[in-house]
Design a protein around this ligand. Structure first.
Ligand code: ATP
Length: 453
C-alpha cells in the first residue's frame, strides 16, 4: 500500500450514493423534484445509526429527556418565535434569465449583477419567508393557515413545563428531539447539504441565568467531541464564532461547528446561548406563567436556554465525505495494481457491520455460510454475497464501508475456521468459528480511527 486520496469532487459521492443505494433523487421516474432526496437501504441504516448515536449521547445522561412533538403547531407559536415576521431571506429576481438568488450571493453582493447571466436588469431585493404554508381543515382561507415547522426547537419550548413537571426535573435539565423540519430555501443545493425537507437533532438545555456561560462552553466542547468520537477527522472540523453582525436577535453568543466539505467550510451544527428570549416570548403571548421556581433559594426566574442544533442529513453528508477515500493498492486476488474506493465509516455508524462471503457458490459452502450468518442477524446488520470473484466482493463491501468480511472456504469445512478480512488494513485473520462472534464484537468495539479496522 498505498497512496490515499480523500474526496475532492462531490459528484463522485453522488454517484456512489446512487449506485450503492445510499441516496436517490426523489420521484426519479418523473424526472426528480428539485432538492428532495430519498434514502435507500444503506442510507437509511447510516442515518438511523447517526440518529441513535446522537440520541444515546443525549438521553443516556441523567439530566436529559426526549420528546417527539407534532410538525404542525398552533400558528401563534411562529408569531411569538419571530418566524412569521423575521424568518426571511432577501431575494432578487433577474428579469432577463429569471434566475432567483439571495442577496448574500458572492457575485451579486460584489458586482450587483446576476450571478447566472451577468445582467444588471434586476428586481429590488424583497423579503421572502422561508416557512411552508398549508391549510388545516377544508377551508383554504387566512384563518386556517398553518405552517410546516422550520425547526424542531419550538416544540420543545412549548412543552418545557410539561416535561419539567411530569419528569420532575430540577434545573439544569435538557430536552432532546429528532424530527423533520421544512424550509422553502431559495438556493438549495450541494446534494443533501441544503434541502427543503430535512431532519434536525436538537437539544435545549435549561439553566439558571448566570450559569449560562459555563453551560455554553460545556456544550460547545461536548458537541465537538461527539463528532470526534464517531470517527470524524479532527482536521476537518472547526468552530466558527458568530461576530456582532452575524448574531441572531435572540442570541447572546453563538458558535457553529463547521465541517470542511469539498465545497468549503460550512455549518454542521449551531450552539447558541438563546437567553430567556424564547420562554419569555411564549410567556408573554400565551399569558401562561413559564417561570421556574427554585426550591432551594425560593427564587423565580425564566430559565436561559443553551441550544445545540444539528442537521441529521448534513451530518450524514459530512460523515460520507469524511469516510470516503481512494487508495492505489493491489487486488487481493489478482495482485494487479488498482484503485479501491473505500468508506472508512466508524463501525458504530457503518450501515453493514459484517459481510458473509462463501469462496464458492457451491452448496457445500453457501449453506454453512448462510447458517453462520444466521447467528449474527439478530445482533447486527449483515449481508450475504456469493456472486462474482472474491476480490470484487471485497471491493463492493469496501465501497459501502463494511468493517469486516467473513469468508468460508473448503478448508473451513475441515478445520472449522473462517477468514476474517479487515476493511482498512486488508489484513486477514483465521478465526475459529466457535469464537467468531466474540472476535467480531471485540473488533467492532475496539475500533480506533487512526489504525482503522
Ligand atoms: P443557514 O444559515 O445555512 O441557512 P441556519 O444557520 O439557518 O443555516 P439553523 O437554523 O441554525 O441553520 O439550523 C440548525 C442546523 O440545521 C444547521 O446547522 C444544519 O445542520 C441544519 N439545517 C438548516 N437548514 C437546513 C437545510 N435547508 N437543509 C439541511 N439541513 C439544514
Amino acid at each position: 500500500m498505498t497512496e490515499k486520496t480523500s474526496l475532492n469532487d462531490m459528484q463522485k459521492l453522488v454517484s456512489l450514493s446512487k449506485r450503492r443505494g445510499f441516496v436517490f433523487q426523489s420521484s426519479e421516474i418523473y424526472g426528480g423534484i428539485n432538492a428532495c432526496w430519498d434514502y435507500g437501504p444503506l442510507g437509511v441504516e447510516l442515518k438511523h445509526n447517526i440518529k441513535s448515536a446522537w440520541w444515546n449521547a443525549m438521553t443516556r445522561r441523567p439530566d436529559i429527556d426526549g420528546i417527539d412533538a407534532a410538525i404542525l403547531m398552533h400558528p401563534q407559536v411562529w408569531k411569538s418565535s419571530g418566524h412569521v415576521d423575521g424568518f426571511t431571506d432577501p431575494l432578487v429576481d433577474c428579469k432577463k434569465c429569471k434566475a432567483r438568488f439571495r442577496t448574500d450571493n458572492e457575485i451579486y453582493s460584489k458586482e450587483k449583477k446576476c450571478p447566472s447571466c451577468g445582467s444588471t436588469d434586476l428586481s429590488e431585493p424583497r423579503n421572502f419567508n422561508l416557512m411552508f404554508k398549508t391549510f388545516m381543515g377544508p377551508l383554504e382561507d387566512a384563518a386556517s393557515v398553518v405552517y410546516l415547522r422550520p425547526e424542531t426547537a419550538q416544540g420543545i419550548y412549548v412543552n418545557y413545563q410539561n416535561v419539567q413537571v411530569t419528569a420532575r426535573r430540577k434545573i439544569p435539565f435538557g430536552i432532546a428531539q429528532i424530527g423533520k423540519a421544512f424550509r422553502n430555501e431559495i438556493t438549495p443545493g450541494n446534494f443533501i447539504f441544503r434541502t427543503r425537507e430535512f431532519e434536525q437533532m436538537e437539544m435545549q438545555y435549561f439553566v439558571k441565568p448566570g450559569t449560562d456561560e459555563k453551560w455554553m462552553s460545556d456544550w460547545k466542547e461536548r458537541r465537538m467531541q461527539w463528532y470526534l468520537d464517531h470517527g470524524f477527522k479532527k482536521q476537518n472540523l472547526q468552530y466558527h464564532q458568530h461576530g456582532e453582525g452575524e448574531l441572531a436577535h435572540y442570541a447572546k453568543a453563538a458558535f457553529d461547528i463547521q465541517y470542511k466539505f469539498p465545497f468549503g467550510w460550512q455549518e454542521l451544527e449551531g450552539i447558541h446561548n438563546r437567553t430567556d428570549f424564547d420562554l419569555g416570548r411564549h410567556q408573554q403571548a400565551s399569558k401562561k406563567n413559564l417561570e421556574y421556581f427554585e426550591e432551594a433559594t425560593k427564587e423565580k426566574f425564566i430559565p436561559y436556554i443553551i441550544e445545540t442544533s444539528a442537521g441529521c442529513d448534513r451530518s450524514l453528508l459530512a460523515c460520507m465525505c469524511d469516510a470516503y477515500a481512494e487508495e492505489v493498492t493491489q487486488d487481493e486476488e489478482t495482485k494487479k495494481e488498482e484503485v479501491r474506493v473505500i468508506m472508512r465509516f466508524h463501525p458504530k455508524l457503518a450501515p453493514v457491520k459484517v459481510a458473509f462471503l462463501p469462496l464458492s457458490k457451491k452448496e457445500e459452502l453457501s449453506k454453512p455460510t448462510q447458517k453462520l450468518q444466521e447467528e449474527f442477524v439478530e445482533d447486527m446488520v449483515t449481508q450475504y454475497d456469493e456472486s462474482s470473484s472474491i476480490g470484487k466482493r471485497y471491493r463492493r463491501q469496501d465501497e459501502i464501508g463494511t468493517p469486516l468480511c467473513v469468508t468460508m472456504d473448503f478448508e473451513s469445512l475441515n478445520d472449522k475456521k473462517v477468514t476474517v478480512r479487515h476493511r482498512d488494513s486488508m489484513k486477514q485473520d483465521r478465526v475459529d468459528m466457535s469464537q467468531l462472534k466474540e472476535y467480531i464484537q471485540k473488533k467492532l468495539k475496539n475500533f480506533n480511527s487512526e489504525a482503522g479496522v
